[in-house]
Design a protein around this ligand. Sequence first.
Ligand code: SF4
Length: 173
Amino acid sequence: MLISTYTTELVRLSCGSQSDSKDLVIYLERDISEVIPYLNTVFEGFQYTKEPRSVSFRLNGKLVVVHPRKICVSAPGDRVDAQNISEWLREKINDIWERKDQIQPRFENPSSPKVLEILRFLPKTNCGLCGEKTCTVFAAKVSKGDRGPRDCTPLTAEQREKLVKYLGRFNFG
Ligand code: SF4
């Protein structure tokens, strides 16, 4: 088992979040550097650092940053929530470590959102309400971070949620 015991602490702004709420820091009893590239694959990390190794990803709207000896989670809620998140992460990371032979580790950052992927979430009516001539032009601007999901008003709530989630993999949106 990679992670068996750990300790936790709720501290203010240790994970770089912008809110006033406290962040959760999980201190690990041993170095888990080797599993980090596998977490980058499974959790679709948007920021991977080679040295010192770390990965950042979003989990149910929370920012999670995994370092070799600690894990930071932004705004986890109260102590009970923090404990539940800690335990869930422990089990999930142990499971990923057990299954690492079936997972392709990723040692780099994702490039950037793909225009065709963004287009999949758009209405594709070329209505022009966003000020662009076509949805493809709009998607190309979104892929560069120049436009965002809110700029396409005909998007349904479901489409917008999916697009935000996709862009979140790249820390866009
Ligand atoms: S507002 Fe949305 S649907 Fe209309 S052209 Fe722009 S991207 Fe396409």
